[in-house]
Design a protein around this ligand. Sequence first.
Ligand SMILES: [Zn+2]
Length: 200
Amino acid sequence: MPLKEITFKEWRSINPLKGKWIGYWWPGIGYYKILRGRSKEAREKQIRLILNDDTFRSTQRTFLARFTFIALYVYNELLRSKAERQLDPLEKTWIQAIDHATKKKLTKEELLRIEQVSAHLKFQQKKDKIEPWIQGKVKELFWLWLSRLYSGDVVLRECAAEDCIRLFRPSRSGDGKTSQIYCSNQCRARMAERKVKAIC
Ligand SMILES: [Zn+2]
């Protein structure tokens, strides 16, 4: 699994446009980064690996934060691939299930997959306490994560920029003026520029 836990300082130093890392944070849980493949081929290979072979392991407490990062990364990469090639059945399932869960409209098959996913819960003795862990293949734990998305434990939103369809997790929620509606500073800046042009 290419996900790495990092410090706040390291997270601040990641440049989303230039560097090879993508940074991510979750309030109260931590900062993470993922290595992004340089070429299109490298990224496709990486996504295939995550979907088919990768094992995911985290404490129960950090599961949602960590898996959301993976799920968003794969989802957005697949959206990009979708414009250029046919997605395979597993990839299609992943995209559709996330779309359905964010719209609160899962199919019968998807609900069944959620019911079938075993907890993959393990317990580990750490010093004087026992800590619950979750471990399993990404493609199986996906359904466990999807149930959390479906039940609203995590909220994802589609970017409001008209030329961007990426999903992201808003750091500020709600529908007020301060809510985050763009996936990135790049999208926000691009849209602001367009508004100015439209007025002039
Ligand atoms: Zn965007």
